[in-house]
Design a protein around this ligand. Structure first.
Ligand SMILES: Nc1ncnc2c1ncn2[C@@H]1O[C@H](COP(=O)(O)OP(=O)(O)O)[C@@H](O)[C@H]1O
Ligand SMILES: [Mg+2]
Length: 358
């Protein structure tokens, strides 16, 4: 098989302290053998976070020497060959095959020969694909004592549509290798909301693996946002004045998709606003930025839409609002202001967008 390069791999890597608190919590839990879910709206940086997590130097930075026996492989659900359960097994086997081929690690290199046929068997035999995958992973983990995390990006459509047997099998695979094998899933919505209600019970054993370790992933905190702007400045060869840069982060609230789009507006128009008014006029109702807001909006449930709309219009919350407000808070889309516990939408651009949604 030819080896392929992940086309999404950004040239510029994150600094090791990227999303510091979140990364530390996620890795600590995975290292304990727990399964973890990260939930965040479109373009909040999930894929980038996953790439960051799968780099060996990230784990070493956070976990020191104990990182040496733990491997994280990335499975991009968007790259599944089709929408059958076999496609999931094929992608998992492919990711493990690549790990074995490329790892610079003695134990893994010793396993590589024995496991070499696994990928061909999984991909070539649709009926028995899971059995071959199970045999291969059991062999790898039982013989080495290593830890393995399989990380699924863009998991929503899989969880929504795939046959329940996939989730039973993933649970079984995990049960046979408890605390050695863990899963990390990235989704826009919190499980089980993706799946039609009548089909949630049949996959409960799977999604309950994640309930105690589900993390919301929100906009960037100042330091990560500053880092992102520095990256963009370098890539576009367009330096911002300090005041412009700070206001750019404020007006977009640090949501990576919106921040990137806003930066490109400045580049395209060759403008560097220096007052909040100028910045607001240029960006708050800008169609390119509103496309990003659309992605955020599309990632939310109806109840979240309603609660967010009331908040943006300064209307009193209803009795239904506490749960969706909690979810919005976890995803960093609303935040407290002042010391009286009031909440606001996370950015001026999004506030204006939500107001338009009446
Ligand atoms: N630190 C960063 N530097 C440069 N671009 C970034 C950074 N973080 C996020 N981005 C850009 O923001 C966009 C959204 O990030 P992505 O990881 O694709 O989000 P998600 O997977 O949640 O949709 C992408 O275009 C990504 O390249
Ligand atoms: Mg993504």
């Amino acid at each position: 098989m030819y080896s392929y390069r992940n086309p999404k791999e950004p040239n510029r890597r994150q600094t090791p302290d990227y999303r510091l608190g979140l990364v530390r919590d996620v890795l600590t839990n995975l290292h304990r053998g727990e399964c973890v879910a990260v939930v965040g709206v479109g373009s909040c940086g999930k894929s980038r976070l996953l790439l960051h997590l799968t780099r060996p130097d990230t784990m070493e930075y956070h976990l020191g020497n104990s990182a040496y026996n733990h491997f994280i492989v990335l499975v991009e659900c968007n790259s599944f060959i089709d929408q059958t359960n076999w496609a999931a097994y094929e992608a998992m086997a492919r990711a493990i095959d690549e790990l074995l081929r490329n790892a610079n690690h003695r134990t893994l290199n010793e396993m590589a020969e024995a496991l070499e046929p696994m990928y061909g068997m999984v991909s070539g035999d649709r009926d028995l694909a899971f059995k071959h995958l199970l045999t291969g992973i059991n062999y790898l983990l039982k013989n080495t004592g290593l830890k393995l995390t399989i990380c699924f990006d863009e998991f929503d459509f899989v969880f929504e549509k795939f046959d329940a047997q996939l989730f039973r099998n993933l649970r079984a695979l995990r049960n046979q290798n408890k605390y050695q094998l863990s899963y990390l899933v990235a989704t826009r919505r919190q499980m089980p909301h993706q799946r039609p209600q009548t089909q949630q019970e049949e996959v409960e054993e799977f999604y309950e693996l994640f309930t105690s370790n589900t993390y919301g992933i929100g906009p960037y905190e100042t330091r990560d946002a500053q880092q992102m702007v520095s990256d963009l400045e370098e890539r576009y060869e367009f330096r911002l004045k300090k005041v412009t840069r700070d206001m750019l982060i404020d007006v977009t609230g640090g949501h990576p998709g919106t921040l990137g789009a806003a930066f490109r507006v400045l580049v395209d128009t060759q403008q560097q606003p220096t007052t909040p008014d100028q910045m607001g006029q240029l960006l708050v109702r800008n169609p390119t930025l509103w496309k990003e807001c659309d992605k955020i909006w599309d990632s939310l449930r109806e109840a979240e839409h309603d609660a967010l709309r009331r908040l943006a219009l300064n209307k009193a919350p209803t009795r239904e609002d506490p749960a969706p407000l909690q979810e919005l808070k976890a995803k960093g889309l609303i935040k407290p202001v002042g010391d009286r516990g009031s909440l606001v939408v996370f950015s001026p651009v999004m506030t204006e967008f939500v107001r338009s949604k009446v």
